[in-house]
Design a protein around this ligand. Structure first.
Ligand code: URA
Ligand code: SF4
Length: 200
């Protein structure tokens, strides 16, 4: 397990990347997960949204953000005026990480080593899509893209340079669902998405 790099195709193109990622064994997460959940969206989308990793529903269905967090995200995008067809959706880690508990699968945070192992896919997606704005959803994506010193709580909603793009960090949409005051958490999330919309 030396990371995803050796699984990358020669030609950097979304279809080829997605097919190659389906066979990735760059870390141990591929063993228990159902399938790779690669990013989706138009090539050269203005916005790239980067989450943590697929959840239970995403793992079963094979598409990013199709579960409860995805519904929060969809609502936020719509209210922030970010069109779905201007968005490429992906995750820092492409396989679901979980611990089995009875019949349930409990989401586990990916480790720093897993985030690093999976990074070549995210780098390749960034190189192909070349978004104007990268929306960084939560601490795991921030760790992958902005380094381990970056604090989402301190710098959320602030455009920061990321290569040729601007990155805007916010909380993970699933944290909105877990917040004691959901409406308040959602308003904060939406304000950050509006800042991202304004940065494009
Ligand atoms: N949470 C994520 O970070 N990504 C998904 O695709 C779904 C839930
Ligand atoms: Fe490869 Fe990423 Fe899956 Fe690990 S999580 S096997 S690096 S695609």
């Amino acid at each position: 397990n030396t990371g995803a790099a050796r699984f990358l195709p020669e030609r950097l193109e979304l279809d080829a990347l997605s097919r190659a990622a389906a066979r990735c064994e760059g870390c141990d997460l591929h063993r228990a997960a159902t399938q790779t959940v690669f990013g989706e969206g138009p090539r050269q989308a203005a916005f790239m949204l980067v989450g943590e990793q697929p959840g239970d529903q995403e793992d079963r269905q094979g598409h990013p953000f199709v579960g409860p967090a995805g519904r929060v995200l969809d609502r936020g995008l719509q209210e922030a005026g970010i069109a779905r067809d201007s968005v490429y959706l992906t995750n820092a880690v492409k396989h679901f990480s979980f611990t089995p508990r009875g019949k349930r699968r409990i989401h586990q945070k990916p480790t720093a080593a897993e985030i690093d192992a999976c990074r070549p896919w995210l780098d390749a997606e960034l190189a192909v899509v070349r978004p104007r704005v990268v929306v960084v959803l939560g601490a795991t994506a921030a760790r992958a893209l902005l380094g381990r010193e970056f604090r989402v709580t301190r710098h959320r909603g602030e455009p920061v340079p990321l290569g040729d793009a601007l990155a805007v960090a916010t909380v993970h949409p699933s944290s909105v669902l877990r917040a004691p005051d959901r409406d308040d958490a959602y308003e904060g999330f939406l304000a950050d998405l509006r800042a991202a919309a304004g940065a494009a």
